[in-house]
Ligand binder design. Structure first.
Ligand code: AKG
Ligand code: FE2
Length: 276
């Protein structure tokens, strides 16, 4: 869970309806579905959280987040390894709510130039936290650990990854679309600033090996403000489907389940007719 500022929690679904609306914005869902070559009803949300990064120099601790080691995000999103490059299973997004000229901390990325790009060998194991290597976040700590324990990986990274970095010069509202198998990293923000970024992941519904990275949307039911219940009541059919709610035609629906779900969410405006 990520808590900051007033202590309000910005993990989907949130008491902030603006945050929920961005998470399920039809344009973002359509972009992910297009990239994955499926209908919007064929994608599922597996991550939406907001996190603040406070600009300061790296602390030198292995888990420090200021100056990250270059990495791919797949290890803590899936139980496996990304599918072949031409068969992507998920789209990741970072939505920036600040301006790089104020905050610094541009995300650094290594663009893949084609099937023979030496920065993108198969499999992706040239990074801390996989193939038995310790997990280390901080760049200096990670690279010195690799130089000692996996020198060939350290030299691969020094030769093919860090020199090829490009920086995403974000503005307020910029959306960076990338993948679980894209080399990238967070870089230090300007001292004294706070950069807020929203991380989203949308996967193909059939990619069972990609996990929801939060406790699960239903775990946020029963809050006094009833945000989850309201969201189910007011979302459209595609948005509910992206959350994991059974779509029209699912084997889940029959006269009994329809009446029961309508009873649960009726007070929140739920209209059962698309599911009958
Ligand atoms: O915040 C950023 O710019 C990137 C962060 C990142 O890549 C991560 O935490 O996995
Ligand atoms: Fe990352």
């Amino acid at each position: 869970m990520r808590d900051f500022g007033s202590g309000q929690r910005f993990v989907f679904p949130s008491p902030s309806s603006a945050f929920n609306d961005v998470t399920l914005h039809p344009d973002l869902l359509l972009a992910a579905a297009d990239l994955l070559e499926v209908e919007v009803s064929g994608i599922r949300l597996t991550q939406s959280d907001l996190w603040p990064k406070y600009g300061r120099p790296p602390s030198g601790e292995p888990n420090d987040n200021a100056d990250q080691r270059i990495h791919c995000d797949y290890p803590n999103h899936m139980l496996t390894h990304p599918s072949r490059w031409t068969e992507p299973d998920a789209v990741e997004m970072i939505i920036y709510l600040d301006d790089v000229d104020d905050c610094g901390g541009a995300t650094a990325l290594v663009p893949r130039s084609g099937a023979d790009d030496p920065a993108y060998p198969w499999p992706i194991v040239q990074t801390p936290g996989v193939e038995g290597l310790d997990y280390i976040n901080d760049r200096e700590c990670a690279e010195s650990y690799l130089r000692e324990h996996a020198p060939e990986k350290a030299s691969f990274r020094a030769q093919h990854l860090y020199p090829r970095e490009v920086r995403a010069r974000y503005r307020v509202g910029t959306v960076l679309l990338y993948r679980h198998d894209t080399w990238h990293r967070g870089t230090p923000g300007n001292a004294g600033t706070r950069r807020i970024a929203q991380n989203l992941t949308l996967k193909r519904a059939d990619a069972e090996w990609i996990n929801v990275v939060h406790p699960g949307w239903a775990w946020s039911a029963y809050r006094p403000a009833q945000d989850l219940e309201r969201l189910i009541g007011t979302a459209d059919v595609d948005q509910r489907t992206v959350m994991g709610f059974p779509p029209p035609g699912s084997r889940y629906w029959n006269a009994d389940t329809l009446a029961a779900v309508a009873a649960r969410f009726g007070p929140f405006g739920f209209d059962p007719s698309p599911y009958s």
